[in-house]
Design a protein around this ligand. Structure first.
Ligand code: FES
Length: 132
C-alpha cells in the first residue's frame, strides 16, 4: 500500500471540513501545477489561541488528508505555534507520504501560514480603524 493507514483515515474521514463564516483569518493557496486549491479558516481568541479551524480543499486525496491533519495539529495552539507548523511535521503525523505527494503537504503548510497572515492583516486593520 502506497498510503499509510493515517492518510487513508484522514482522506476518508477528514476532520474539520467546512468554513467559518466569521473567521478571523482566511488563507487560500493553490498549486499551479496540479491545480489543487486549499482554503483554511481560523477563529482566534483574545489570547491568540486558535479556538476553531476549518478547511475546504478542492484537490487530491493527499491534499485532503494533509489539510485535515494540519487543522488537527493547530487547533488549540497559539498563532505563533501554528506558524511553526512545517509540512514535514504534517507528513510525519500522517506516517509518511509518497514522494510525488509531498507537495500536497506543502500546500497545507502554506494554507495555515496564509490564514495566520490574514489574521494579522485583519487585526492591524481593526486597530487602525479604532485609532481613527
Ligand atoms: Fe496537488 Fe495533491 S496533487 S495537492
Amino acid at each position: 500500500m502506497v498510503y499509510s493507514e493515517k492518510v487513508l483515515d484522514h482522506f476518508q474521514h477528514p476532520r474539520n471540513v467546512g468554513e467559518i463564516p466569521d473567521a478571523d483569518g482566511v488563507g487560500m493557496v493553490g498549486n499551479a501545477k496540479c491545480g489543487d486549491i486549499m482554503q483554511m479558516f481560523i477563529k482566534v481568541n483574545d489570547d491568540e489561541i486558535i479556538e476553531d479551524v476549518k478547511f475546504k480543499t478542492f484537490g487530491c486525496g493527499a491534499a485532503i488528508a494533509t489539510s485535515s491533519m494540519a487543522t488537527e495539529l493547530i487547533k488549540g495552539k497559539s498563532i505563533d505555534e501554528a506558524l511553526q507548523l512545517s509540512n514535514e511535521a504534517v507528513v510525519e503525523a500522517l506516517e509518511g507520504l509518497p514522494p510525488v505527494k509531498i507537495h500536497c503537504s506543502v500546500l497545507a503548510e502554506e494554507a495555515v501560514k496564509a490564514a495566520v497572515e490574514d489574521y494579522h492583516k485583519k487585526k492591524a486593520e481593526k486597530q487602525a480603524e479604532a485609532e481613527k
